[in-house]
Design a protein around this ligand. Structure first.
Ligand SMILES: C[S@@+](CC[C@H](N)C(=O)[O-])C[C@H]1O[C@@H](n2cnc3c(N)ncnc32)[C@H](O)[C@@H]1O
Length: 776
């Protein structure tokens, strides 16, 4: 019956959205289906049915029980071959020709052809609605129905059917007239020839060879990445130590973390390579000062220290720590990367505010104080922003009263995760969510965390005036965590609103294909041995998350490299949100994502005081990275407001991986100003590693670009907003001429059209001058 295929596709959809185990995804979809049915039948809530567990649920309805082992094997095997299947699908163009056949949502009654399948007629409109000004809304195109376990995406269903019909060697269990099967059958010749081509290209003797090759490649890459940890200066543990150190010049949060580790028998190593043998050593990142790397096999050992539980460390990939660091670093006008102490930054802010010491303030462009994280959940980068702001301004009261992070998230479930993660890490602003009158948190959502107890170290601001905050609104007293989460669609904000008038920095890390994430394949791909175990031993919902590997290992297994690694929860919250265009090929999906990403950047560029905008993805596709940045630079928003790219010297200059020149129209300088991380590290470095060695420059695949502009509110620009000579006389910054030729042309054309210098800022000058982000 087709039901198993539909459930398998739903499980794949679920895995695309959530970092979870194959087991858990299968249990989830079975429970969702059953609860849907029981809700329809009895009117009970889905939670009620789901809480009975998948076994009972699936057997309680009038429908045939799902063969759980078969479902698990089908999902695991499809995942194992996912990359090959996708290549075959794309090359054969089956999705382009047959998209309707896989679109169960578009064909009410399509399920009718399946025996034993009575799943709800889907809400096709919901999945296809077009939002945010053109193209499928990637943020919203994620099929809500599918996510809730009703209708799978076409792409997931196609993968499952392709695996079953092309590779499994099983007799299909659905009717030959069921549209998804018909579509694959009709294209079988083409599909087989693409499979043969792929095998020949990879030199794989058999299909199993092909799968094993892919798995090995993924594992090798993932194994080279250290277990990255970032210190959290907002954890009570670090704060207490910091306080006890008083004015000790060496007492930075990272030094304290190293000290805490050393006290527990860890050793600080040297060099760039971590070996498996030394499971209790760590290295400091040479790229980011607040990050350490351990050998991935040391994760369980780290967890046993209690530092993770107390959130003294946040487990976050190195590359994922780039955006907040780049956004909040001082930018030097001489082109060097600033690494100024907190007091220097604070001094610059004071000078800027008073405009009394322009010489000093002009030394560097001060990092922003009010920052927006436009797409926050689960909040790794948000808490990093909070950590840096907090560290910079911890003893600088004037600046600290203004420093804050407004964190948007539009998905309610993910918003709950965001709030909970921020709360655990001590990053929430204490005024967050408190009603001015009752002092109680307003949300009724059960996942919403209870009000925080104040620790003695949170008392620093106890003399501050009582807040008069609305929920998440920024009129609040300064508090340690600094983050004000906002449940809502960033695209629906009005940049002209009063509350955004002082937003100077923004981090934009939107939903993407997630193609750079190594751990995704790591957790989702079952090794040959575990596949066998799964089919024979495991039954859904009964098996413990990580088998019998022990409590610590169980908790840590999100990244442990062992046969159980794909089972069980992860320690790192999943940053990736990948949305699939309901129909169509991988290319269509990426194009839809790119449209959405561009619309987010263009919206961000409209914020009046914004001077820095960091754009990042964990994708390796140029379509989502360099190409989006190029289009953004050429957009009306960029040209009118004078947005540019910060030069390479201002964006982690010591990081070797830079943008793809070809994808930047051949402009080397432009490409140099962008950051790229190759999944598993640069081949030139990591290919020399021994077995079981990890390298301090290996991370997930990632991309970052820093857009900068001088806001018209900044002193220099406002002195003479239409005087291009003034702007041109600014000291040039090497390598910052980043507008493309067509953008320059358009800027010139616009300027000519607006005779009399009516433009607020002389776009012509902006287009030709070399302008770093600067405030003075
Ligand atoms: C890639 S994830 C962000 C990961 C996060 N920066 C971190 O490091 O933990 C993208 C997030 O943006 C949210 N999102 C997508 N579109 C949005 C919008 N228009 N407004 C607000 N949030 C949005 C998604 O729900 C998702 O949680």
């Amino acid at each position: 019956m087709s039901q198993t295929y539909i459930l398998a596709a739903l499980a794949l959809d679920h895995l695309s959205q959530r970092r979870t185990s194959v087991n858990a995804a299968c249990s989830y979809v079975i429970a969702s289906q059953s609860s849907d049915r029981s809700r329809i039948k009895t009117g009970h809530s889905p939670h009620h049915a789901a809480s009975r567990g998948p076994h009972q649920a699936s057997r309680s309805g009038p429908h045939r029980a799902v063969d759980e082992r078969r479902l698990l094997a089908l999902v695991s095997n499809t995942l194992s071959f996912r990359e090959s299947l996708q290549i075959i699908l794309d090359r054969s163009e089956v999705m382009q020709r047959e998209s309707k056949m896989f679109d169960l949502g578009g064909k009410p009654g399509a399920l009718g052809g399946a025996q034993g399948s009575d799943m709800q007629a889907p809400d096709a409109k919901k999945r296809k609605r077009s939002e945010h000004g053109g193209g499928p809304s990637v943020a919203k195109a994620w099929p809500a129905a599918s996510h809730k376990g009703t209708v799978p995406s076409s792409s997931a269903l196609a993968l499952v059917m392709l695996y079953e019909l092309l590779l499994s060697g099983h007799r299909p269990s659905c009717s030959a007239s069921w549209p998804p099967r018909k579509a694959v059958d009709a294209n079988m010749l083409k599909l087989k020839s693409e499979l043969a081509r792929l095998r020949a290209q990879r030199g794989a003797a058999s299909i199993d060879d092909l799968r094993d090759q892919l798995e090995l490649e993924q594992k090798r890459k993932a194994g080279r990445c250290p277990r990255w940890v970032r210190v959290n200066p907002l954890s009570a543990l670090i704060k207490t130590r910091m306080k006890s150190k008083g004015a000790d010049a060496h007492s930075s949060p990272i030094n304290i973390l190293c000290e805490l580790l050393t006290e527990q028998g860890w050793r600080e190593g040297r060099g760039e390579v971590l070996t498996k043998e030394d499971s209790k050593s760590f290295l400091r990142s040479q790229i980011l000062p607040d990050v350490l790397g351990l050998h991935p096999s040391a994760t369980a050992e780290l967890i046993s220290t209690g530092l993770y539980e107390q959130r003294a460390v946040i487990l976050q990939d190195l590359a994922s720590c780039f955006p907040a660091s780049i956004l909040l670093s001082p930018l030097r006008l001489d082109g060097s990367m600033g690494s100024l102490g907190a007091s220097a930054i604070s001094h610059a802010h004071t000078a800027k505010r008073n405009q009394s010491d322009s010489r000093n303030a002009a030394l560097f462009s001060v990092p922003p104080l009010h920052v927006v994280d436009a797409t926050s959940a689960p909040g790794n980068k948000t808490s990093h922003l909070s950590s840096i702001l907090y560290s910079n301004f911890t003893s600088q009261t004037p600046a600290r009263t203004q420093a804050r992070v407004t964190a948007f998230e539009e998905d309610k479930d993910r918003f709950a995760t965001l709030v909970s993660q921020l709360d655990k890490a001590g990053c929430l602003d204490d005024s967050y969510g408190l009603h001015a009158t009752s002092g109680k948190r307003p949300m009724t959502d059960s996942s919403f965390p209870p009000p925080k107890k104040k620790s003695k170290f949170d008392g620093v601001d106890s003399k501050a005036p009582h807040h008069t905050a609305k929920v998440g609104i920024s009129t609040r007293a300064p508090t340690p965590g600094l983050v004000l989460p906002r449940l809502g669609d960033f695209l629906k904000t009005n940049p002209a609103d009063e509350e955004w008038k002082d937003v100077q920095g923004m981090l934009l890390d939107p939903s993407c294909s997630g193609s750079g994430i190594l751990s995704r394949s790591e957790y989702s791909m079952a090794s040959s041995s575990t596949r066998a175990q799964q089919s024979s031993k495991h039954t859904l919902g009964l098996q413990g998350a990580a088998g019998d590997t022990g409590r610590v290992a169980k908790a840590a297994n999100g990244r442990l490299r062992g046969t159980q690694q794909h089972l069980g929860p992860s320690l790192e919250e999943e940053e990736v949100v990948t949305d699939q265009a309901a129909n169509g090929s991988e290319e269509a999906r990426i194009a839809a994502l790119a449209n959405f990403q561009l619309s987010m950047i263009k919206h961000a560029m409209k914020f009046p005081a914004l001077e820095r905008l960091v754009y990042s993805t964990c994708s390796i596709h140029a379509e989502e990275n360099e190409e989006v940045v190029m289009k953004a630079l050429e957009s009306d928003e960029a040209v009118q407001k004078g947005w540019n790219l910060a030069p390479a010297s201002q964006v982690l200059p010591s990081w070797k991986g830079r943008g793809l020149v070809d994808s930047c129209g051949g402009d080397k300088q432009l490409a140099e100003s962008m950051i790229r991380c190759r999944p598993g590290g640069d081949a030139a470095i990591v290919d020399k590693l021994g077995k079981d060695e990890a390298h301090m420059e290996a991370s997930n695949g990632f991309f970052v670009a820093l857009f900068v502009r001088r806001s018209s509110g900044s002193p220099t620009a406002s002195q003479s907003p239409t005087d291009s000579s003034t702007i041109d006389q600014l000291p040039p910054v090497k390598g910052s001429s980043t507008l493309t030729k067509s953008a320059k042309k358009r800027a010139n054309a616009k300027l000519k059209a607006k005779e009399g210098g009516q433009l607020q800022v002389t776009t012509d000058a902006k287009a030709h001058s070399l302008i770093p982000a600067r405030n003075q």
